[in-house]
Design a protein around this ligand. Structure first.
Ligand code: NAD
Length: 484
């Protein structure tokens, strides 16, 4: 459904009113179109003294076609070229105005950046946090609309001393605040990268940077993403990162599920789209549009897991990616809720996912290196009045990720969830107007997200290149204040 307020504030009269009254000012978000450059401008890359990631990150960004600057605003040497390599170092040019001219030339105009990327892994004590200020303060007002801020750290649990763990944990406060402060569709994320990594860790870092820097992550901000080990890194065709993958999407007839089916098919997947028989026509239309197949099945039927497994075995012999998206709401305050509302929501949103995972795993249909991605909700993080059943089911989905991810990691099967905030679908169109408006505006983007925003995030977690990205719950909520 359309956000009339957002459309109005983009008119001349709307702009004037927003300025005069200090009203929310939803920016136009930078969303992905195939063929787009990763960023709207050059990236400023820096590192704390002793950082271990700036060099591989420099290589990843250069390979992705990103123009790199260091803190002087100059272009550092190509890190992929042989010979002596220079990593943009912390402290270089501190306090100097960033310029977009080569070193030695007279400054012309201040440089503007598509992204600020900072390797903070070298910070081992709170007294060294000053390096964050030194890096981010000069360009803080020079990030382009729709720009990206990424801080890289070491997971606190892996740190060698309490002081290092303390300093690394502090990075969250910086990134979440930048997400709230910079505005104009700029997003900010913290990426914790294991220090005990393998080739798959670097591939996972690359897939994550390619997602977070691009327009695919338009409505993801203030998130902490963890990258662990990922086995041997596999070569990836980044234009079609899901080429040849068989993907099951539940609840694919409309809303977020239909967007997931479309986005994953665009990225090369062969999509098996599933929904209830009553949604058969809409489901067939989605499946035809993307050259996928349709399965009409009520996930809560006792024989649903076996029928689904039989279908996947007969038609595809496997399923590389399972996207558990189907979900329902049956809202009532707890005192007024009948048992049917409770049971149906828990069964569709949580128990059916468990039953299907069990059967697909037991029958060996999910190969090593497979992906499970579930759709949770910020209601599962924050709770919500009138949604005890729904919030219980969606918190349970997070429990499923926490418990299953370590159990399946040895087989290279990653388990993650996305937790959407306010997304413009039929589900949210039913919310009463005043609550709907509050839901739309109470986030750093001052607007609701689109089904495509959730779909792009699921796509990234589903990529074969994202094997090292496991056990995460990534909110797609524009940095909602709920459960923050
Ligand atoms: P939607 O109601 O538009 O779509 C849900 C789909 O799931 C429908 O096509 C429905 O037929 C299907 N489905 C329901 N029960 C099923 C069953 N038993 N078997 C098979 N299919 C079934 O909802 P949506 O907004 O697209 O939501 C998709 C997912 O995202 C849900 O899990 C929802 O809880 C979650 N979510 C949505 C929002 C939002 O703002 N829209 C926010 C947070 C989480």
């Amino acid at each position: 459904m359309t956000d009339r307020y957002a459309s109005f504030v983009r008119t001349g009269a709307g702009r004037a009113l927003v300025k005069r009254l200090g009203l929310p000012d939803p920016p136009r978000l930078r969303r992905h179109t195939p063929g787009d450059p990763l960023l709207p401008g050059p990236a400023l890359l820096g590192a704390a003294t002793g950082g271990r990631l700036a060099e591989p990150v420099g290589r990843i960004l250069t390979a992705a076609g990103v123009e790199l600057r260091d803190q002087t605003g100059t272009v550092p040497p190509d890190p992929t070229a042989g010979g002596e390599q220079r990593t943009p170092a912390a402290g270089a040019g501190q306090g100097r105005e960033a310029v977009d001219t080569p070193a030695g030339d007279a400054p012309t105009r201040p440089a503007r950046f598509g992204a600020l990327v900072y390797d903070a892994t070298g910070i081992t004590d709170s007294t060294q946090l000053r390096q964050l200020y030194d890096f981010f303060h000069p360009p803080a007002r020079a990030v382009l609309p729709g720009g990206r801020v990424i801080v890289l750290g070491t997971p606190p649990a892996e740190c060698g001393s309490p002081r290092e763990a303390t300093a690394q944990r502090a990075l969250e406060g910086l990134t979440r605040s930048i997400g709230k402060e910079f505005g104009r569709g700029v997003t900010a994320q913290l990426v914790y990268v294991t220090s005990a990594g393998d080739a798959g860790t670097l591939t996972g870092l690359e897939s994550t940077l390619r997602f977070l820097l691009s327009g695919r992550s338009a409505y993801v901000s203030g998130q902490v993403v963890r990258i662990g080990a990922g086995g041997p890194g596999t070569p990836v065709g980044w234009d079609r990162p899901l080429d040849g993958q068989v993907v099951l999407v539940t609840g694919a007839a409309r809303g977020i599920g239909a967007a997931v089916a479309r986005v994953l098919a665009r990225d090369g997947a062969q999509v098996v789209a599933l929904d209830v028989p009553a949604a058969g026509d809409a489901l067939a239309a989605v499946a035809n549009e993307i050259g996928g197949t349709a399965v009409q099945l009520d996930l809560t039927a006792p024989d649903a897991p076996t029928r689904l497994a039989d279908h996947l075995a007969d038609r595809h012999r496997r399923v590389d990616v399972v996207v558990h998206n189907a979900g329902i709401t049956r809202d009532r305050t707890l005192g007024r809720m009948d048992a049917d509302r409770w049971d149906s929501v828990i069964d569709v949103n949580l128990s059916s996912q468990e039953r299907i995972n069990d059967v697909l795993l037991e029958r060996g249909l999910i190969p090593d290196g497979g992906r499970l991605v579930s759709v949770s909700s910020i209601a599962g993080i924050a709770g919500n009045r009138g949604q005890t059943n729904y919030a219980t089911s969606k918190a349970g989905v997070i429990g499923l990720v926490d418990s299953l991810a370590p159990a399946l990691a040895a087989r290279g099967i990653s388990v993650n969830a996305v937790a959407p905030g306010f997304i413009e679908t039929r589900l949210t169109a039913r919310i009463p107007l005043v609550i709907r408006e509050a839901g739309r505006r109470m986030n750093s983007m001052s607007q609701g997200g689109l089904p495509e925003d959730v779909a792009e995030t699921i796509g990234w977690l589903a990529w074969p290149a994202s094997g090292a990205v496991g056990g995460n719950v990534v909110r797609v909520c524009g940095q909602s204040l709920l459960g923050a």
